[in-house]
Design a protein around this ligand. Structure first.
Ligand SMILES: Nc1nc2c(ncn2[C@@H]2O[C@H](COP(=O)(O)OP(=O)(O)OP(=O)(O)O)[C@@H](O)[C@H]2O)c(=O)[nH]1
Ligand SMILES: [Mg+2]
Length: 325
């Protein structure tokens, strides 16, 4: 069964669009409002402004390569036919969508055997545990039986944090005490989820810096133990990226991928940052599925990634019936 962004009514889809738009307010105003003022005052684009366009794009955290590629497209159109301000936004929108659409693949549990095992990884404090709980709740709302595994046995109170979510959501949490071997917890959870015929097992892990080889090897051990019990698992390994991280996000994905092959990205805290452009840089660099987007601290503040909503929210060209800000 495919996981939907929200409950399926048109009303909640509208709300989700609106949430996206609101969550990206800071990113929109920090970057794309600058573009509007850059090109205001004249209906035709002055070629000298193209350089400034590149600066604004690079500062937006969409990355150097992506910025250059957009500027090349804008320059090519300008040379061919001249360019109105409106057309700059059209080119921008088209370029962003071309990159982002590849990453919009939804999240489909039916692609995998049962229980679908989802391993959550990432650096410290990015929102892994919260994202685990949000994804579990989303699945539960859509009729799946879910189990959580508390494999962060490193940080004090991490086990309790996941157990609290489990109690609130009425979702079983497999746990041992702080200090236990996280691979042993994953082992127990794999057997428990199979025995209880759960649709999905979400495995929370401890935050670790991607440069800490010892900790990355420990993560790989969890990955290997899971694979020994069920060779096709983990079926998804999602890296949570804090949208406010900036360009370090690229190195996080690259390094984690060396130890636990990453199948998708979960972008958190898009609501609190002016650096929402990092999602574009990630898409441009890796073309990996962007599975989920975290839009706040609440359990329902999560959406499936939608390229149209994201680009429109960033450029300020949405949403039909909703007010701007
Ligand atoms: N605004 C906002 N806050 C979020 C979001 N996701 C998580 N947070 C907050 O970020 C903080 C850290 O979240 P956790 O889920 O504990 O992060 P973590 O990656 O599990 O942290 P460690 O296990 O310590 O590495 C908490 O205060 C969360 O409420 C989000 O999408 N938006
Ligand atoms: Mg955590």
């Amino acid at each position: 069964m495919t996981i939907r962004a929200t409950q399926s009514s048109a009303d909640s889809e509208g709300k989700s669009k609106f949430k996206f738009f609101n969550a990206l307010a800071k990113s929109r105003s920090s970057v794309f409002d600058k573009l509007t003022s850059l090109f205001s005052g004249s209906s035709r684009v002055d070629p000298e402004k193209i350089e400034e366009l590149e600066d604004v794009l690079i500062l937006s955290d969409i990355g150097y390569d992506m910025s250059t590629s957009i500027v090349d497209s804008v320059s090519a159109t300008l040379k061919k036919s001249g360019l109105s301000t409106e057309q700059v936004f059209d080119v921008l929108q088209a370029e962003l969508l071309k990159t982002m659409k590849i990453c919009e693949v939804g999240f489909d549990l039916s692609r995998h055997p049962t229980p679908t095992v989802i391993l959550m990884v990432g650096v410290n404090g990015v929102g892994k545990t919260t994202s685990c709980a949000k994804i579990a709740a989303l699945m539960q709302q859509q009729g799946h039986s879910v189990m959580l595994a508390a494999c962060d046995t490193f940080r004090a109170a991490a086990v309790e944090q996941l157990q609290t979510w489990g109690q609130r959501l009425n979702i079983p949490v497999i746990a041992q005490s702080t200090g236990a071997d996280p691979a042993a917890v994953a082992h127990d959870a794999m057997h428990a989820a199979t025995a209880r015929q759960c649709s999905a097992l979400l495995i929370d892990t401890a935050g670790r810096q991607q440069t800490r080889d010892d900790l990355m090897r420990q993560l790989n051990k969890i990955y290997r133990v899971i694979g020994k019990i069920e060779p096709s698992a983990p079926h998804e390994t999602l890296i949570t990226i804090d949208a406010g991280t900036g360009q370090n996000a690229i190195s996080q994905v690259r390094e984690f991928n060396q130890h636990t092959p990453i199948s998708g990205i979960c972008v958190s805290k898009l609501d609190g940052t002016a650096k929402g452009g990092i999602v574009v840089a990630l898409a441009h660099e890796f073309s990996l599925p962007i599975a989920f987007i975290g839009l706040g601290e609440g359990i329902n503040d999560i959406a499936l990634f939608n390229a149209d909503d994201y680009v429109a929210s960033l450029l300020g060209t949405v949403p039909d019936q909703h007010p701007v800000n």
